[in-house]
Ligand binder design. Sequence first.
Ligand code: SF4
Length: 164
Amino acid sequence: MQREITGMMIYYYMVCERKLWYFCNEIQMESFDDNVRIGKALEEKSYQKEDKHINIDNIVNIDFIRSKKIIHEVKKSRKIEEASILQLKYYLYFLKSRGIDGISGKIDYPLLKQSIDVELNEEDEILFEDMKSKIKDLIEKETPPKENKKSICSKCAYYELCFI
Ligand code: SF4
């Protein structure tokens, strides 16, 4: 069965290929992880008057829409910003592929009282075509990519699986 690539998969691909493999091969530990719980609580408590969690075909999961033309993603910190930007761009790319054009994005960091604007461009679209095929190849492998210790590992839900 052809597997659809989701925004979360794009995010994990950027953060750690091994994490992506675990996530896509039914090894999910995120709900037990304190960092994930904090992120979810933050999301719930922030912007309570806005629409939230708009899910389209399980591929995009948008935190909320403040106006008809802007989708928002709430993040806890700016540590993994490049991955967050690509995740949000992927939502824009997916919406565009479904005929919903002229949308832009914003990443909100409520704890920092900051936000950044995100727009999709032609280079991103080419990048996503390539990335989707790389992700499909990666997650179909029998075993995960080798662990590669990096600064985010100590806060990763899969840390014990990789290093203990
Ligand atoms: S602990 Fe590090 S290597 Fe292992 S899945 Fe998490 S980020 Fe990747």
